[in-house]
Design a binder for this molecule. Structure first.
Ligand code: FAD
Length: 486
């Protein structure tokens, strides 16, 4: 690795979607400005994409490593998909965006219509459903006349939903719906960081349900399905991005162990694998690694910045994609999938019927693919269980819940040690502190799911914003650094 001065150099650490979006935007900015810029991308593993990846299994079902779709309402990912030439591959999910049922007290309960904003908007349908016990449904209606809580501060999911809609609603509906997306617990999940709209409903309408009903009444019909994906799975975005990165020096199996400051330059210490190891001198660094990793990399040089970063936790997640013969189904599966409240005491936390959402994700229409989700802060013990044990336990639970009487043809386990981040109470204060600390180091930027949104569109946007920040810091734009954390 060289230490000589040549063109300006930027290191992007982490080859997940955020890092790839950042690297791509940097080469694009340099090309537009006709400036020479060397972009170095360091990825610890031997593949790009991080949590995003898709592979066909031996039985013929598409196994997604992480995301299987994205929220089409936010523009950044759609724009990226268009830029890498994948627009023709876009496909909408069949049916509603939400899981279709909740498994409670030993039975599947269909989610009534109008549950999109986490609280019911169709009160008649909610009252007629068997989602909660009758006292539980009646208790939820108290939200309509209870006074809003005093103060403007943040609340945990439990502090918000418990007093307004009741404990049963919290445990059977709100917690499983949110745990399916965010990596936190009801007790300490920050509503201001995850669903600020709910706090807005309280402040403006005095009630969650009234606010959600007002919003649903005002929503213009969308020309697209709420969730979209790519025909070949979300992994095809990564393959296409690899081909559209521009002149980026890619180092795989190159784990970065520290970032340090040397005057105006920064140094990136790279592990022994792949690059031969050593230290790279660069003019700017984008850390597109999970916050806990970024904290480790910055601890020596910027301890005050590392502290709040280290408080943003990611918990392990595990998915098992089962392939079943269609003939094994004794009864209809609950549409898109179902959720299982923690209080049921089961291992399975949620399941998606992949072939109901995306029929093209099985090579034969005689196959049914069900993807099971486990993990998060209340199931950290999954790391101590073997794949075989979890495959058997969860297949047995799925059999009990759905009436599938035969064993699956195949099970594919994917373990993600640093699963989705938990935006815990104080998350926004932590981000403000991180921004304060970063203000003095404009040539350093952070990107990725740990900060302002875990969905793919937010993650892509964060990478692009981080690229713009360091581009400005390199002195090619008089406006100075744009955003601090993408
Ligand atoms: C099971 C699951 C399902 C999901 N489903 C959806 C969904 O349907 N829709 C949606 O929008 N989102 C979904 N998400 C969320 C979304 O996939 C993630 O938020 C997003 O992919 C994170 O991207 P990232 O680039 O921030 O991080 P990552 O993908 O984690 O990338 C970080 C990269 O940094 C590398 N790295 C780490 N340490 C180092 C180091 N020291 N040196 C060099 N490289 C390093 C890692 O190997 C990795 O490649 C899901 C996530 C999971 C886990």
């Amino acid at each position: 690795m060289s230490g000589e001065r040549g063109p300006q150099r930027v290191a992007v650490v982490g080859g997940g979607l955020a890092g790839l979006a950042a690297a791509r935007r940097l080469t694009e900015l340099a090309a537009l400005a006709e400036q020479e810029l060397e972009v170095l991308l360091f990825e610890a593993t031997d593949r790009l994409g991080g949590k995003v990846g898709s592979e066909w299994s031996a039985a013929g079902v598409l196994v997604e490593r992480g995301p299987d779709s994205f929220l089409a309402r936010k523009p950044a990912l759609l724009e990226l998909i268009e830029a890498v030439g994948l627009t023709e591959q876009l496909t909408g999910s069949i049916g509603p965006a939400l899981s279709s049922a909740i498994y409670r007290d030993g039975r599947m309960r269909r989610l009534p219509p109008g549950m999109g904003a986490l609280v019911p908007t169709d009160l008649g349908a909610f009252l007629r459903s068997d989602l909660l016990s009758l006292p539980g449904r009646l208790r939820a209606l108290a939200d309509l006349w209870l006074p809003p809580p005093p103060g403007e501060g943040d609340l945990s999911l439990r502090q918000l939903i418990g007093p307004r809609l009741g404990r049963e609603y919290l445990e059977v509906v709100a917690e499983p719906l949110i745990a399916g997306v965010h990596g936190g617990r009801a007790d300490d999940m920050s509503v201001a960081a995850t669903m600020p709209g709910l706090l807005g409903f309280l402040r403006r309408d005095g009630s969650l349900m009234r606010g959600a009903r007002r919003q649903a009444g005002q929503a213009a019909p969308s020309p697209r399905p709420a969730f979209m994906s790519l025909v070949g799975g979300m992994g095809s975005l990564i393959s296409a991005l690899e081909g559209h990165l521009g002149p980026v020096c890619q180092y795989r199996q190159a784990e970065v162990s520290a970032v340090r400051s040397r005057g105006r330059q920064l140094s990136v210490a790279v592990g022994a694998r792949g690059t031969g190891g050593g230290e790279e001198w660069v003019d700017a660094v984008i850390l597109a690694t999970p916050a806990e990793v970024s904290a480790r990399l910055l601890r020596e040089g910027w301890p005050e910045l590392a502290r709040p970063l280290g408080e943003i936790r990611h918990y392990p997640l595990l998915t098992i994609t089962y392939a079943y013969a269609k003939g094994a189904l004794a009864e209809a599966l609950p549409g898109q999938g179902w959720l299982v409240p923690g209080r049921e005491g089961l291992t399975l936390r949620g399941a998606t019927v992949m072939t109901s959402k995306w029929p093209q994700r099985a090579r034969s229409d005689q196959l049914v693919a069900i993807r099971a989700f486990l993990g998060g802060p209340s199931q950290t013990w999954i790391t101590d269980r073997s794949d075989a044990e979890l495959e058997d336990t969860v297949a047995h639970e799925i059999g009990k819940m759905t009436g599938i009487q035969e064993a699956p043809l195949e099970a594919t386990v994917v373990r993600i040690e640093d699963g989705n981040p938990a935006y815990r109470l104080g998350h926004l204060d932590r981000l403000a502190e991180i921004e304060r600390q970063l203000a003095g180091v404009p040539q350093l930027a952070l990107a990725g799911a740990s900060y302002r949104g875990i969905g793919l569109s937010d993650v892509a946007r964060s990478g692009q914003e981080a690229a713009l920040r360091v581009w400005n810091a390199l002195g090619w734009d008089e406006d100075g650094p744009a955003t601090v954390i993408g």
